[in-house]
Ligand binder design. Sequence first.
Ligand code: SDX
Length: 438
Amino acid sequence: MSNDNNGSGTGFTLNDNRSGKSYDLPVMQGSTGPDVIDVRTLYAETDCFTYDPGFTSTGSCQSKITYIDGDNGVLLYRGYPIDALAEQSDHMETSYLLLYGELPTKEQKQKFEHDITYHTMLHEQINYFYRGFRRDAHPMAVMCGVVGALSAFYHDSTDITDPKHRIVASYRLIAKMPTIAAMAYKFHVGQPFMYPRNDLRYAENFLYMMFGTPCETYRVDPIVARAMDRILILHADHEQNASTSTVRLAGSSGANPFACISAGIASLWGPAHGGANEAVLNMLEEIGTPERIPEFIEKAKDKSDPFRLMGFGHRVYKNFDPRAQVMRRTCHEVLDSLGVRDEPLLEIAMELERIALEDDYFIEKKLYPNVDFYSGIIFRAIGIPTSMFTVLFAVARTVGWVAQWNEMIEDPSQKIGRPRQLYTGDTLRDFVPLHKRK
Ligand code: SDX
């Protein structure tokens, strides 16, 4: 990574027309993608901050994990394209890739899968946490609470300065998220918890814990397991999105990894982010019939109406979300293989996609279906309740969060994240005693 004016003085010069001074700002180049203007000395030199609410033009870190080319619909995990991984890899192999930077050898993959498998069980006391929630609590609320509480159980992996602690905590989080998620579902529906099985692979084990009961042998449908595994791959990481940035910011203070991931889960819950998959299904059900689609398209275009077309649009993808394309194919495969021919929501989704992609507003604003648009339909087809959709997203994204958290901790230039502001409030004024206030 070159960290100067490319050696040819081709950085940026900032001219302050108020003082007549000018400042040279170096440009940093990555291995691909946009260059960055290094403004780390800007405040010291100019007494000015940059201003970028929502960070639309701001790079928060250097990273080697995931790269998105929003104009060309490209998503790379450690350089490998997402569609190749979705078609040819599996979630455990992809998790190893995100964590360690290379695809595992056969032996490395077997050891990684074994080590993750043998961390899937929870401390037995954690079972009692669930009893404190109402049965109708949203599962994401349960996930925030239980994952945050892990730091009360696994003290032997909370020293973030110890690489061994960091990797054990990372394995524990990746391994235990499906168990915690399935338990949240079982508690919600009033069924007994199912303990993880060491003879099942990651996605199969999750489905077993979700849908198995002590009353009979549960056979995981291989088609459903393959679809779930592919969905986990597609959701695993995505550069510095809101929840990943939350994990990094929380981790920058030295907070333990369990607390950081709990913060990430809370951020993911929002309907503008990971909560969109649940919101998409609720929207499709509200639309109800293809005939009502134009009414909702108009609502989405109406500036006075807060309604947005859930599952459409993205901060980075301004062409198409490559994950949505894989998800769309998977959606048809799963529905066909399960013999779900007349899924009305799929019909509405496909008609909504067709109409939106032909509408000038959506074309002009570059609003395309994102990863959340089709995932809910698949989840519903395999029996996942709507309230669990974002929980599945959190299960998948955990490996991305811990990979990014480790990268942040290991970054020698890492500092505590502490943005500044443009202050627009009252300037200094004298206190007014109560008896003098009008
Ligand atoms: C995820 O960041 C990530 O990488 C996230 C994610 C990941 O893997 O981590 O990809 C996962 O969060 C996917 C996004 C899921 N969210 C939704 O589907 C919710 C609906 N989408 C919108 O809320 C919105 O598109 C965002 C939040 C996704 C992106 O918002 P931006 O980049 O801040 O864009 P914006 O809100 O500034 O919108 C630009 C314009 C606005 O109009 P103007 O003010 O310019 O006139 O487009 C409009 C918006 O009103 N617009 C929409 C719209 N999305 C944007 N109008 C109608 N329907 C929509 N869905």
